[in-house]
Design a protein around this ligand. Structure first.
Ligand code: ATP
Length: 374
């Protein structure tokens, strides 16, 4: 069943949210008292901001979300919501007293209750069956008129919006979402993601959501916090993470990455593509991050050139562009050689202009580069 679109502007109700800020400082957690699952996490979500917690499976993102929600206690550090410490030394405020709205991975809807009763579940007893807050929340998620339906008669996208309506009905200060799209078919995910994006903007509510999907984190997050093995590697706007990743691992985690050898001196680095400007001054042998879209590719008419030459190994037509996998004909043999040696990914926003086995000429057309010392 297709999910009905969320209206792009509120019908009548205004936002029920009281936007609040979140500050996490020095949060650490170990379940067995030995292995840290989270170490010294510092994170701020400003009022009205959407923050994505991004990381591979097992990195600790759900644990951090549960600590913010009060479903788990931290061993060290503090969680401050608005101007109130809700978790810290000697302090552990119960989840229901934190003014938090939470949407779980599986949405946790009650199948035997109507949509309206599900949405009213978090409200004070007297308001659970009938309340303007239920109607308001359903209107905000574009489900006016669905109150009497059973959750099982709704599409995946609609069920997710019921879960969201339930989370926002009590007018929380902050919304927490755990892998909000993992329960949806791949075909629905992009559509629902856009709907939720519009909804979050309309709500203006401080939101923290967990995902292992870089696309989701980048599309929805004003800020993305990347966790790796319990450590926060970098927090920043998506473009900053993509263009200036803090580590080599993160560079590859947030997008396709080529790494080529180079030798850095002050603000520039010598590479096969010539001397490139550096984002940060570095010295000595390095690996240089080159994004596939920062390489221009064209047919090489002769080998008598100082340009980087490469043989086309694969051409992948993507509809909105073309990806090429090429192998340099004379890859740098220095220890920093990329892996597998000499192979590069190129992405152009155009139809295929080259075929497999053809000889290509590559040129770097991006801005200042990031280099990781060896
Ligand atoms: P995923 O994307 O797979 O859900 P995640 O990044 O959300 O992963 P967490 O669920 O926070 O990771 O788990 C981090 C680590 O803590 C994992 O090694 C996990 O097995 C462990 N862990 C989580 N909860 C508990 C628990 N209640 N008791 C013991 N270990 C736990």
């Amino acid at each position: 069943m297709p999910s009905s679109p969320v209206p792009s502007s509120p019908a009548t109700p205004t936002s029920p949210a009281t936007a609040g800020s979140l500050q996490v400082s020095g949060v650490g957690k170990s379940f067995d008292g030995v292995t840290p699952v989270l170490s010294g996490i510092d994170l701020v979500a400003n009022s009205g901001e959407t923050v994505a917690l991004l990381g591979p499976s097992g990195c600790g993102k759900t644990t951090l979300l549960r600590i913010i929600a009060g479903l788990e206690s931290a061993d060290t550090g503090q969680v401050i919501l608005g101007d109130r410490c809700v978790s810290g030394p000697g302090v552990m405020i119960a989840p229901e007293q934190r003014q938090i709205g939470m949407v779980f991975q599986d949405w946790a809807l009650f199948p035997h209750l109507s949509v309206a009763r599900n949405v009213g579940f978090g409200l004070p007893r007297g308001e659970r069956k009938e309340s303007s807050r239920i109607d308001e929340a359903l209107a905000l998620v574009g489900l006016t008129g669905f109150g009497d339906r059973s959750p099982s008669t709704l599409s995946g996208g609609q069920q997710q919006r019921v879960a969201l309506a339930r989370a926002i009905a009590p007018r929380p200060a902050i919304l927490l979402l755990d892998e909000p799209f993992s329960n949806l078919d791949a075909s629905l995910r992009v559509q629902v993601r856009t709907e939720i994006h519009q909804l979050l903007l309309r709500l203006g509510m401080t939101t923290v959501f967990v995902t292992h999907d870089q696309d989701e984190a980048f599309v929805l997050g004003d800020k993305v916090a990347v966790l790796y093995e319990g450590n926060l590697l970098q927090v920043g706007p998506p473009a900053e993470l993509y263009q200036r990743p803090a580590t080599r691992w993160l560079a590859g985690f947030v997008g396709d990455a080529n790494f080529i050898p180079g030798h850095a001196h002050h603000n520039s680095v010598q590479t096969a593509f010539g001397e490139l400007a550096l984002h940060h001054p570095t010295e000595g042998p390095v690996e240089v991050l080159i994004r596939p879209e920062d390489l221009e590719i064209e047919l090489a008419d002769s080998e008598a050139t100082t340009d980087v030459l490469a043989t086309v190994e694969l051409v992948e037509y993507l509809g909105h562009g073309t990806a090429y996998l090429v192998r340099q004909t004379q890859a740098d043999q220095s220890p920093a050689g990329q892996s597998p040696a000499g192979q590069l990914r190129v992405r152009r926003p155009s139809l295929p202009i080259l075929e497999r086995s053809e000889l290509a000429r590559l040129r770097y057309i991006g801005g200042p580069v990031v280099a990781f010392p060896l």
